[in-house]
Design a protein around this ligand. Structure first.
Ligand code: BDP
Length: 601
């Protein structure tokens, strides 16, 4: 699915701002049929939960309604009119006046509705968006709703971040010509110093297709015709980690010399490959440094915010991080575009987090009920998961920053049924994108002895908490466990191995001369211990700390106002470990410590 852009043939109206708002319990039947009752206003884009000082809203389980009036630009006569929601978490239902125009399940990917026949250029319509935050055993991510005797509904879930909901990303109205480009797929290669650009255009209507590659200055460097083809960029400038370079593919639909539609898709020329135990970008071994992150800020919840986007990338650059994982869901497209422009490498993850009932068994990892069964994660869950993979790849396929798909976080890959569950999903992902490696983040209970699916994937991504949930406060024992664990995986599989999570909750400002969990000194010692062990293994390809910043979670006795494993606080101040990390990562650049010096650094 293409991101809406304003081009010579397309116009774009942003519908962000203040909308009317009501809970389903207050809105009455068919709330789209009239102006929402009550006096609540809400900001878009932002999760709704923390905007109000009202637990009824924050803890609401079910539908809420957003509403506003939209005017269609007068000049759009004869054009197609399309409404696009960048996300509605977790389910959206859209009415234009009284007509249902779109329904979408999945909280982190966009969806659209064509309104051409429903609205009038120059006229107004009432736009009502219902958003539902419910999670069940067949949703991705999964969850459970309990109904108390008094009818109160409560949502529980197994993932460790607050179930923020609403319209956390932008809403757009845009025009396209009737004959229009629907989709573009770009894959790149390199041969003899030239960039090879394979493209495929899907379009509607009758037209001739022209494709032109423009460099960063706007100069034409390659061109061709036809809805698919291979273009060659002589003396190509590669997209490199830390040294991004973007071209644009201008796609035009022509009738004779008349341009019916024009769309421009940025792309970078780079290759990604797993060879033996190495992860190669542009044929060079790449060592990941950086974080698992969250879209999470005070008041906005998961709402996208450009100022935080810029600042977070500044902090990542400051600390020398070259990558991050979009834990635990696809992030806003603006984030990936920014990564493309700034040479930050991304592991792009689906929202499949919490497919693991073993977590309920505590650290024994022993499932109270099996994770994969007709009553728990079942065929319907897998179908939803498959749809999440389709939509993620459809949205993010052309981003050079995305070097790997992570199709699940900490699934019960040690349990029976995991193989049957994952095999078709891996096949699907490979069919949709044969160019990028696949991984899943491996939970502590899934060991090199009992994991049942690793052979289906390309990279071993370990989430491990030695020195925190295991051997808390005992870094010497933790170090032994970690070393044994890495050695075990290295002996079992001939694939690149990296750490996608390791971290210690740390209360900013808490200090101790002892090895005291929660202190800033402990976080530093904990990370130093891990890095010492990582550096012993030449097979190891990366370290992503959990987490970039502190973030909000559901309430519970093991969280004090959220998860505190951030290297930065929730308001983005560095904890003292940030300075030690900066020294390490600036020295590493993109190459494994101890390997040949990094020229990109
Ligand atoms: C891991 C999860 C992550 C949690 C983290 C933690 O992947 O979402 O936030 O543990 O407990 O299991 O901090």
């Amino acid at each position: 699915m293409l991101k809406p852009r304003s081009t010579a043939t397309r116009e774009l109206v942003n519908l962000d701002g203040i909308w009317r708002f009501a809970l389903d319990t207050d809105a009455g039947g068919e709330p789209w049929a009239r102006v929402l009752p009550g006096t609540l206003d809400v900001a878009v884009p932002a999760s709704y939960n923390d905007q109000f000082v009202d637990a009824r809203v924050r803890d609401h389980v079910g539908w809420v309604y957003y509403q506003r009036t939209v005017r269609v630009p007068r000049g759009w006569a004869g054009e197609r009119v399309v409404l696009r929601l960048d996300a509605a978490t977790h389910e959206g239902r859209v009415h234009v006046d009284d007509t249902l125009v779109a329904e979408h399940v999945g909280g982190y990917t966009p969806f659209e509705a064509e309104l051409t026949d429903l609205v009038r250029p120059g006229g107004e319509f009432r736009l009502t968006v219902g958003v539902c935050n419910e999670l069940t055993n067949t949703s991705i991510p999964p969850g459970t709703i309990t109904v108390a005797r008094n009818g109160r509904r409560t949502q529980t879930y197994l993932h460790d971040f607050y179930n923020y909901a609403g319209l956390a990303r932008s809403v757009w109205l845009y025009s396209t010509p009737r004959t229009r480009v629907d989709d573009i797929v770009i894959t790149t290669g390199v041969a003899d110093g030239a960039g090879l650009v394979d493209y495929r255009v899907a379009y509607s209507g009758e037209a001739r297709v022209r494709a032109t590659v423009l460099d960063a200055t706007g100069a034409e460097v390659a061109a061709g015709t036809g809805d698919e083809g291979s273009l060659r960029i002589e003396g190509v400038r590669l997209w490199q980690p830390g040294a991004a370079y973007l071209y644009r593919l201008r796609v035009e639909l022509l009738d004779g010399d008349t341009v019916l539609d024009r769309y421009e898709e940025p792309f970078g020329v780079r290759t990604v490959e797993v060879r033996g135990r190495e992860f190669l970008i542009n044929g060079e071994p790449f060592y990941f440094t950086g974080f698992g992150r969250h879209e999470d800020t005070p008041v906005r919840g998961k709402g996208h915010d450009d100022a935080y986007l810029v600042h977070d990338f500044q902090l990542m650059e400051w600390i020398g991080a070259n990558s991050f994982r979009t834990s635990h869901y696809p992030y806003a497209e603006e984030v990936l575009e920014f990564a493309d422009r700034h040479g930050i490498v991304v592991i792009d993850e689906t929202a499949a987090v919490g497919l693991n009932l073993g977590v309920q068994g505590g650290l024994t990892g022993r499932p109270t009920t099996p994770t994969f069964s007709p009553d728990t994660c079942n065929d319907e869950t897998r179908a939803a998961h498959a749809q999440h993979i389709r939509e993620l790849i459809a949205r993010d396929k052309n981003h050079p920053s995305v070097v790997m798909w992570c199709i699940a976080n900490e699934p019960a890959s040690n349990e029976d049924g995991a193989r049957e569950y994952f095999e078709p999903l891996v096949e699907l992902a490979r069919e949709l994108d044969p160019t990028r490696p696949l991984t899943y983040a491996i939970v502590l209970f899934a060991t090199f002895r009992n994991d049942q699916v690793i052979d289906l994937f390309d990279v071993v991504s370990l989430n491990r908490y030695y020195g925190w949930y295991v051997a808390s406060g005992d870094l010497a024992t933790a170090e032994d466990y970690l070393r044994q664990d890495l050695r075990g995986w290295i002996d079992r599989v001939d694939k690149p191995i990296m750490m996608t999570e390791y971290g210690a909750d740390t209360q900013a400002g808490l200090h101790s001369v002892w090895d005291q969990p929660w202190t800033e000194e402990y976080q530093t010692a904990f990370l130093e211990m891990h890095h010492r062990v990582f550096d012993e293994f030449p097979q190891f390809v990366g370290e992503q700390i959990w987490n970039f910043a502190d973030f909000q979670t559901s309430k519970g006795v093991h969280r004090v106002d959220g998860n505190k494993k951030g290297v930065f606080t929730r308001d983005r101040r560095p904890k003292s470990t940030a300075f030690a990390l900066r020294a390490r990562w600036k020295a590493i650049g993109c190459r494994k410590p101890g390997s040949a010096p990094d020229e990109t650094n």
